[in-house]
Design a protein around this ligand. Sequence first.
Ligand SMILES: Nc1ncnc2c1ncn2[C@@H]1O[C@H](COP(=O)(O)OP(=O)(O)O)[C@@H](O)[C@H]1O
Ligand SMILES: [Mg+2]
Length: 375
Amino acid sequence: MGDVYTWRDALTQVASIAGWDLWDKHESRVIEELVGKIFSDLNFIYSSVHKDLVGIKTRVNNMMNSYLQLGLNDVHFIGIWGMGGMGKTTLAQVIYVRINHKFEGSCFIANIRGKSGDSWLVPLQKQLLSDILIESNIYIRNIQWGINVIKRRLCCKKVLIILDDVDQYEQLEPLVGEQDWFGQGSRIIITTRNQHLLIQHKVSEAEIYEAKKLNNDEALQLFSMKAFKKDSPLEGYVELSQEIISYASGLPLALKVLGSFLFHRSIDAWKCAIRRLKESPEREILYILQISYDGLKEREKKIFLDIACFFNRKCEDYVVNILQTLYDQPIIDIDVLKEKSLITTSRGKKLLMHDLLQELGMQIVRRESPENPSQ
Ligand SMILES: Nc1ncnc2c1ncn2[C@@H]1O[C@H](COP(=O)(O)OP(=O)(O)O)[C@@H](O)[C@H]1O
Ligand SMILES: [Mg+2]
């Protein structure tokens, strides 16, 4: 009995520091919540530090306080809207890690862009169900079948679902058709470049968060982290840096790519980049990104294009194996592309290229061989 009291006392103390009320809760439930909270905070800190994110706390807090409203018990569809490269996926990932332990089941479906028809959407329905219910082998014959299973199995579950990079209205209906498909307190977050699609899906305007570009200080910090491996510009580069970031329009992707491109380059190279940026039509993002591509060596360019056309989101070992049959030591080139922020590796060891960079790659291929791009 004494032990139980001590244990409970300790928990009460910890909980009171965290600002919780324990009165009616069983110890095991408290421990579960506590562990969840610690993991989520650790993950949050880890992901922020690990990925060198700038200004993410403000954005997450804004979402938590005004859009997500986790205290409310009804079901909410929430949109994150903004142009490509603005940080929608990143924000959604950080939020997911931060809050998923508060739900009975959760699922993050990445890269929905371009997926349509039974052959794409049925597997996504399966992924949604199996991630939330932690069950494999869920049988779904077609989209309508999947809709019925989702409604039946999830209507009493408090779930968190993130659908990332939705680009067609038809992708929403089979996965998250109506609010009453899900249990009380569920949150469904949809990220997209197309605000209209959210309105079409009856997401209220008050629940559409427009991804905010980085302000000048944040932009300078992110750019400097890539261009100088420090939080602010080196002496002699302050004005040049300001000029460069004015072309990136607060877009994290552009800041990373430009900063990485200019790392260790001479002042002349910086001035040359500025001259090219001045020519950019309306600060068009693909034009800005191409400056980095143009600075690559021939082999690096080829491998960049190979990845854009064939290997995005494929396992890195598999890609290296294939590229080895074509090039000597492709790992060196892959490392260069990583240093230039043109690709990254996911935690699951997959090669990832941002969809705008992939689009750039495909555009270059089409431009270079308009007759036969597949070659
Ligand atoms: N707040 C941020 N701080 C630093 N880098 C960021 C931030 N937000 C996004 N990024 C980086 O910018 C790039 C584009 O972000 P992403 O989330 O993929 O954009 P979107 O989904 O809107 O196209 C990624 O490389 C990401 O790591
Ligand atoms: Mg995205």
